[in-house]
Design a protein around this ligand. Structure first.
Ligand SMILES: Cc1cc2nc3c(=O)[nH]c(=O)nc-3n(C[C@H](O)[C@H](O)[C@H](O)COP(=O)(O)OP(=O)(O)OC[C@H]3O[C@@H](n4cnc5c(N)ncnc54)[C@H](O)[C@@H]3O)c2cc1C
Ligand SMILES: *[C@@H]1O[C@H](CO)[C@@H](O)[C@H](O)[C@H]1NC(C)=O
Ligand SMILES: *[C@@H]1O[C@H](CO)[C@@H](O)[C@H](O)[C@H]1NC(C)=O
Ligand SMILES: *[C@@H]1O[C@H](CO)[C@@H](O)[C@H](O)[C@H]1NC(C)=O
Ligand SMILES: *[C@@H]1O[C@H](CO)[C@@H](O)[C@H](O)[C@H]1NC(C)=O
Ligand SMILES: *[C@@H]1O[C@H](CO)[C@@H](O)[C@H](O)[C@H]1NC(C)=O
Ligand SMILES: *[C@@H]1O[C@H](CO)[C@@H](O)[C@H](O)[C@H]1NC(C)=O
Ligand SMILES: *[C@@H]1O[C@H](CO)[C@@H](O)[C@H](O)[C@H]1NC(C)=O
Length: 634
């Protein structure tokens, strides 16, 4: 009954929730005392079972950064609620080589997109972390920051305080880096291209280092891509220069164990008496009350299910509710709590508290496609996974001696290519320039020492006795936008995800152009030397697709495109009049006491994988929240 009112909230039902709560005077045994500052005077009204200064919905990448930073000084009490389990229930998440076991595991939501109109109606698997650490516990371990111009553009779009010079110190402070030779075991691996600029990192909880095992083909990919795609080999990609190639920085410590937000920010903060982090505690709704002057509703707490007991709980947030459920579920929670596009809410029977047509819209995402080649076994790590015996041997070498292919993810060596205006115009991609995507990377090229993405293409199925590599392209300037809508009016129904890849015709132009570069990279002698068979070993698509047959290339791309997992923008930070959902301090327009802090607020995607930017957003969010509530100087 109460839960239902929280969900299908209207101003009318909200009043009755408040009345109902104020009559419940008993203090349950599990009541959590507010351990922070005393509540303000008007705080006596509704009596929630638990009360905190801040309630964070979502214990993922950003959520656990906030949990740490907001409890650092001891001034505030914080509750952080995560739907999924402790990630250690899927131990493989900790190991680089174990990354292949996370899809469909207990710590993956297992989302599917809607049929994709521009990809022949294919339904795509969309992985998302589900557990403490969120997607940082299941992702590909690549860490980047992108080009300074990306953030200067965010600021120019009406977001003061978000330019590169503002955010670079936050990028630095969230991380610390260990050299690739910082232990004898690590020093035994190839050190080539494992370079970095020490000034770009700080003393933060997130640990960065480099993969252990490196195939010779990986180093050759760096050289081949540099020459074939005109990308400079650089010392570091995390200093604001987002264009270049080297061996990537990874979210790993120097024992080659994953550093997720659970392993870093959470572990550092977990014993603080002013922090309570609950897993297996899905948030079901945000509670609102009228603000003092009667104009804007105020978020006053959340309802959640304590799965261990089955009870529904309600937690009061004296200061703020912070939503951190990622690009799909953050807009879903706003909508199911009554904030969203009017027609969309009414379609599933939700009475709007506040209408904002932009919630769930402007879904900005990167996608990828790969070409695959047959290679000599030493150029690949395919054999590691080709039999249980091989995998066991690789795991044993990892756990006993920190050696062998299990010490590396399948691919965190990425090159970022900038195309000149002349080149963009020559291929008919003026729209990229018009959209402001200049002075930054346009295409990312990735190398995988396996058949990526593991599944057959319509052109070729990997043979179990052969070894493969994949070279992959991802446009960093995608112009298509998708959306998140509701399947039903509750958080227990998965949202409808429409990534809408290739809806914009210019995305196809960039896709075809980057396919041609993929072939140039594969055919470069540095890489071709490892391949077996004609056409530099290319088996997918192979000769069925001619070098200049743009229609056939596009058909191949559309048959093989999958997400690059960078969904964002569904609660974008922009001026309200330009279609924003949150302001530059990440407050939701039109309500009080409510912020969104996660990947859903990105106004425009950076020219890089977005984990690093999401950590930065969370650091910036925490800094602004602390400043606003009188907790500066830590
Ligand atoms: C498979 C994969 C590979 C990737 N690889 C890379 C990479 O190599 N490099 C890179 O830079 N980026 C990568 N990314 C992207 C990056 O990891 C994400 O963009 C980033 O982690 C998102 O952080 P977030 O805090 O916004 O969301 P998340 O980390 O997803 O956190 C959201 C949290 O909210 C929880 N939640 C959802 N609903 C509820 C509810 N009702 N109640 C309570 N909790 C709830 C979720 O379980 C989750 O823990 C990858 C992503 C994926 C999925
Ligand atoms: C995709 O689905 C739509 C709607 O059902 C249909 O009109 C269209 O022909 C389909 N396209 C393909 C390539 O099957
Ligand atoms: C970064 O950390 C340093 C050292 O702790 C500190 O002096 C500085 O204020 C921090 N900067 C930001 C932006 O948090
Ligand atoms: C927190 O407590 C656990 C269990 O007692 C302990 O193992 C861990 O080291 C503590 N962490 C910190 C950062 O103090
Ligand atoms: C009422 O409160 C809202 C939210 O705090 C605020 O934006 C608005 O300016 C206030 N209006 C008046 C008339 O005080
Ligand atoms: C670990 O290293 C030792 C010493 O070099 C070696 O004898 C042993 O076989 C190695 N174990 C594995 C599983 O690689
Ligand atoms: C793998 O198997 C295929 C088909 O069974 C065969 O043609 C090929 O020669 C085999 N390759 C190797 C490396 O043994
Ligand atoms: C979501 O996007 C799809 C595809 O562009 C569109 O058909 C649909 O109308 C959008 N939904 C909403 C609510 O905007």
């Amino acid at each position: 009954m109460l839960l239902n009112m929280f969900r299908s909230s209207s101003i009318g039902t909200l009043v009755s929730v408040a009345l109902l709560l104020s009559t419940s005077t008993a203090t349950p045994a599990w009541k959590r005392q507010n351990s922070g500052t005393p509540p303000p005077a008007q705080a006596q009204d509704p009596s929630f079972e638990e009360e905190y200064d801040f309630v964070i919905a979502g214990g993922g990448t950003a959520g656990l950064v906030l949990a740490n930073r907001l409890t650092e000084s001891g001034k505030f009490s914080v509750l952080c609620l995560e739907a999924g389990p402790n990630p250690e229930v899927v131990h493989a998440y900790q190991t680089p080589g174990g990354n292949q076991f996370l899809k469909g595991s207990l710590i993956d939501w297992g989302f599917l997109t809607q049929p994709q109109e521009h990809l022949g109606n294919r339904t795509l698997q969309y992985l998302r972390g589900r557990g403490l650490g969120g997607s940082s516990a299941i992702n590909g371990l690549y860490y980047g920051r992108g080009s300074a111009s990306v953030y200067d553009n965010w600021a120019a779009l009406g977001n003061p305080g978000w330019g590169w010079d503002d955010v670079y110190p936050l990028f630095k402070n969230s991380t610390k880096i260990k050299a690739a030779n910082s232990t004898p075991e690590l020093a035994a691996f190839s050190q080539q291209y494992k370079t970095f600029d020490a000034d770009a990192y700080g003393g933060g909880p997130l640990e960065l280092s480099f993969q252990g095992y490196v195939t010779d083909s990986t180093n050759s990919f760096v050289l081949a891509t540099s020459e074939a795609a005109n990308i400079p080999i650089v010392n570091d990609l995390n200093t604001g220069n987002g264009v270049g190639i080297k061996l990537g920085t990874g979210t790993m410590n120097n024992r080659l164990r994953r550093s997720s937000s659970y392993d870093s920010f959470y572990q550092q903060a977990r014993n603080r008496t002013n922090l309570r982090v609950l897993h297996s505690a899905p948030v079901t709704g945000i509670a609102f009350s009228q603000s003092q002057n009667g104009t804007a509703p105020r978020a006053i707490g959340v309802s959640y299910i304590e799965q261990a007991t089955g009870f529904v709980r309600q937690a009061r947030a004296w200061k703020e509710v912070i939503v951190s459920l990622g690009a799909f579920q953050s807009p879903q929670l706003l909508m199911t709590s009554g904030i969203g596009p009017r027609a969309e809410l009414e379609r599933v029977g939700i009475t709007p508290i506040l209408v904002n047509e932009n919630i769930g819209q402007h879904l900005d995402d990167h996608s990828v496609f790969s070409i695959m080649a047959r290679v000599k076994p030493s150029a690949s790590t395919t054999t590691m996974s080709s039999s249980p015996d091989n995998l066991q041997a690789a795991q044993e070498a990892f756990f006993t001696n920190l050696t062998g292919p299990y010490t590396a993810p399948s691919g965190i060596t990425n090159g970022f290519q900038s195309l000149s205006n002349e080149e963009l115009q020559a291929i008919g991609a003026q729209a990229v320039i018009d959209a402001g995507y200049t002075n930054r990377a346009h295409v990312e090229y990735l190398f995988e020492t396996v058949w990526y993405p593991w599944i057959p293409t319509p052109y070729y199925a990997a043979l179990p006795n052969e070894s493969y590599i994949s070279v992959t392209a991802s446009s960093m300037v995608q112009l298509s936008r998708g959306n998140i809508t509701l399947r039903a009016n509750s958080m227990s129904d998965q949202p409808l995800i429409n990534s809408n890849y290739y809806a914009h015709e210019t995305d196809a132009i960039i896709g075809v152009h980057s396919f041609k570069y993929l072939r140039e990279i594969l055919r470069h002698p540095a890489l071709a030397q490892y391949t077996i068979g004609p056409n530099a070993g290319e088996v997918s698509p192979g000769p069925a697709v001619g070098d200049n047959d743009d229609a056939a290339i596009l058909e191949y791309i559309k048959a093989n495109t999958i997400p690059n997992w960078h969904a964002s923008g569904t609660n974008r930070m922009m001026p309200l009049e330009d279609g924003g959902v949150v302001d530059p301090t990440l407050k939701v327009y039109g309500v009080d006491g409510l912020r969104v802090v996660d990947c859903s607020i990105l106004p425009v995607l950076p020219d890089v994988n977005i984990l690093g930017p999401v950590y930065m957003v969370a650091e910036k969010g925490a800094e602004m929240i602390r400043a606003e509530w009188g907790d500066e100087g830590y």
